[in-house]
Design a protein around this ligand. Structure first.
Ligand SMILES: [Zn+2]
Length: 490
């Protein structure tokens, strides 16, 4: 109630109370659509006492949302017949109606509405939702319910919803989705700077799915998702997908989440593992990508993807949580410029092995016959910081060579490997870290640490493995002549 007049406030209270108590007569509230005002009308009285109700007060009325583009596309058909049916999703018992295909996830309840051109609202339409377009002066200022037809005529829309014999008004809003989304990113990211970029996500579990949704919000235009798994009930406490998506392939769940944030994105899905059998397919997907995000949960797939990305000269970022997500790490590989994942495994075998175990399959993969390994997934809350840096490094890679506010971060994030601790986990080398509040110069939890690690000159993927091995063994390669390109045939 936004009116400051105590007398008007009292009138509304009394009328509301009478309605709530279903007392007939006395006073009733009537909403005047044109004035966007609620009026209280006393029994046997023709005097209408207008109350100053603002748009916020009118939020008690339902909303009908559709896109200008949808109506523009069907304008000639509507003009010809004077009427048009409109597929709607009905939400919350009729509190909100949206164009059914405005996003990928429609409501469980679908309703067919009808649109009419003209002032008359005395239609014999059998549809429960009716939308009327009345021509108005072209100088009418822009408003949510204003629609400009392809022929330049300006209309103001109004709508009614009938249920159980009661008809109520609905506010109408025309939205232009992509411009509205772009506008919100101005200043940090120039409107459509990421629309032409392609991101590959290998693994769309919790971290990969989080990254995908965030990148969609940033306006990334092309995604390729690789993951053979289905969403299980156990995933739901961490994955952005919810209970109603259980059983679906994760690539499809995440594709829909992306399209809910960026409806113009192109999303290619590959429900396959990153494995030697799929080498050709994965190489084709990686080739030409601007960045690859690796969130797969096993080392062989990471090593394979690393090899492909180095060979195809595509930057890759690898994210992983430690056991029960007490911390995590992010590795960025710029081929032939920084160390690669293979170098990392050679340089820091413990860090590359201390992976979180979040599924029965992973537990089985590392369990020994005499030592069962428990499934120890961490909290979503503890995975988020890692997924967040993973995503941010990917965005910096996409913005390479462009000047934006985010480019300032290139100075800060210039190391190849990043470490984050959520808690000083007992039994780890981090257990003795000082409390966050007492530390000045020492390392603490809840801070990112960039670590500089050299490339392995003899790395079999990104270095000179043969030359290095030969030198270590004291063999002069030049003296051997040309090496055979194929193994000898017996
Ligand atoms: Zn390497």
């Amino acid at each position: 109630m936004s009116t400051n007049d105590p007398q008007q406030q009292q009138m509304i209270r009394e009328a509301m109370k009478a309605i709530a108590e279903r007392r007939p007569g006395k006073t009733k509230l009537v909403y005047d659509k044109n004035k966007r005002t609620i009026v209280a009308v006393a029994e046997n009285s023709n005097t209408v006492s207008a109350l100053n109700i603002t748009a916020e007060d009118a939020d008690m009325f339902g909303v009908l949302t559709l896109t200008s583009r949808w109506l523009e596309d069907r304008w000639s058909a509507l003009k010809e017949k004077g009427t048009l049916s409109i597929p709607l999703s009905a939400w919350d018992g009729g509190d909100a109606f949206t164009l059914h295909d405005i996003g990928v996830q429609g409501a469980a309840t679908a309703v067919e509405g009808e649109i009419f051109i003209g002032e008359s609202r005395q239609s014999d339409s059998q549809h429960s939702v009716r939308l009327f377009l009345a021509a108005v002066d072209p100088s009418t200022p822009p408003a949510p319910a204003r629609f400009v037809a392809p022929d330049g005529t300006v209309y103001k829309a109004s709508s009614q919803f009938s249920k159980d014999g009661v008809t109520s008004e609905l506010d109408v809003e025309f939205v232009d989705i992509q411009p509205a989304l772009d506008k919100r990113r101005i200043g940090i990211l120039e409107t459509s700077v990421l629309a032409d970029t392609k991101v590959v996500l290998a693994g769309v579990g919790t971290g990969g799915a989080y990254a995908a949704v965030e990148l969609a919000k940033c306006g990334v235009g092309h995604f390729a998702l690789i993951d053979p798994d289905r969403l299980s009930v156990g995933n739901v406490v961490r994955h952005p997908g919810g209970i109603s998506q259980v059983g679906r392939l994760k690539v499809n769940v995440v594709r829909d989440l992306i399209l809910e944030k960026n409806p113009d994105a192109r999303v290619d899905v590959y429900p396959i593992p990153v494995s030697h059998e799929n080498l050709g397919v994965v190489r084709d997907v990686v080739r030409g990508a601007n960045v690859v995000i690796c969130g797969t949960d096993n080392r062989p797939s990471k090593l394979l993807l690393n090899r492909l990305c180095v060979e195809e000269n595509v930057t890759a970022v690898y994210g992983g949580a430690f056991r029960r997500a007490y911390g995590g790490q992010v590795l960025r590989v710029r081929p032939k410029e920084t160390l690669c994942y293979q170098c990392f495994v050679a340089a820091m075998p413990e860090e590359s092995a201390d992976a979180e175990i979040s599924s029965e399959e992973e537990a089985a993969a590392v369990a020994y016959s005499d030592r069962p390994v428990a499934v120890e997934p961490g909290l979503s809350l503890d995975v988020q910081p890692i997924a967040n840096l993973l995503t941010k490094l990917a965005v910096l890679e996409l913005l390479k060579g462009r000047s934006t506010s985010l480019s300032l971060l290139n100075r800060d994030f210039d190391a190849p490997w990043y470490l984050w601790l959520n808690r000083p986990e007992p039994g780890t080398q981090y257990a003795s870290w000082p409390p966050l509040s007492e530390s000045r110069d020492e390392m603490t939890i809840n801070r990112w640490y960039g670590v500089y690690i050299e490339r392995d000159a003899e790395c079999p993927v990104c270095g000179h493995f043969i030359a290095g091995t030969a030198a270590a063994l004291g063999i002069d390669l030049a003296s051997l002549g040309e090496l055979p390109s194929e193994p000898p045939k017996n």
